[in-house]
Design a protein. Structure first.
Length: 242
């Protein structure tokens, strides 16, 4: 596990998941669980709770509705009797227990995902236990009622309802709005609306956060994101000129 601490003493703890980075946001006796990974990694989350002394999450926040983020949400909701929050635009997929695959950015994934979605094929790994009792929210929701100084920021692109969680205006948990791949790239390999991803990066930079913690890969500093964002915007402008 890895821990970041804000100047106000709020801890953000990244668990040792493999498929999807899950995080605890902890302040005193309150803990928010961000994303829940897949069924096979349920025990990792529960062992981490015991290790850091968390009895139960006061709320689960999903950055979006894909299987690798929502795979355990209904199990934990029932076990710990806690709220589940998701953006209203991603609620329907969570209610049904499956979602379309986002389009791949590059080949061959781009053609493969478009073929699968055009024929409405649902692959087995896309399904997860539905969570119809989740609370659909919109941009700007404040999480102080759960004992944590954090807020929801709408950061669409990967999905319509992708969100980030802004903690103490210092640390942003960004889901799949950005990644950190082994070659240093941060643009997600799959996105429903690629152009919106870069616009969401601008929103994140404007929060003034120092670190951006993705669901896949290691942290991105604000300086690094600015560098990559400038490169991405230049690429977009060149495409439009051509």
């Amino acid at each position: 596990m890895h821990t970041w601490i804000t100047k106000y003493g709020t801890k953000v703890i990244r668990l040792n998941n493999f498929r999807c980075n899950c995080y605890f946001i902890v302040k005193e006796n309150n803990a928010i669980l961000v994303d829940t990974s897949i069924r096979a990694e349920r025990s990792i989350i529960e062992k981490a709770m015991k290790k850091v002394g968390i009895d139960k999450p006061v709320v689960i926040v999903l950055t979006h509705n894909h299987f690798d983020h929502a795979g355990n949400v209904e199990f934990f909701r029932r076990k710990y009797n806690c709220d589940v929050i998701i953006h209203e635009k991603d609620y329907e997929g969570l209610r049904k227990g499956y979602t379309d695959l986002p389009d791949g950015i590059n080949q061959p994934f781009k053609s493969a995902t478009r073929f699968i979605n055009s024929r409405k094929i649902i692959l087995p790994f896309q399904k997860f236990p539905p969570c119809p009792k989740a609370i659909p929210v919109s941009d700007g929701v404040i999480l102080k009622k759960y004992g944590i100084n954090a807020r929801i920021l709408s950061t669409p692109g990967h999905t319509d309802g992708s969100i980030s969680i802004i903690v103490d205006e210092e640390i942003a948990l960004v889901g799949d709005c950005m990644v950190r791949s082994v070659n240093g790239e941060i643009f997600p390999p799959f996105a429903k609306h690629p152009d919106e991803v870069t616009r969401s990066w601008i929103k994140l930079i404007n929060t003034g956060c120092r670190f951006f913690l993705p669901a896949h890969g290691n942290e991105n500093s604000s300086e690094y994101v600015r560098k990559k964002m400038k490169k991405q915007l230049n690429t977009i402008m060149l495409k439009r000129i051509k």
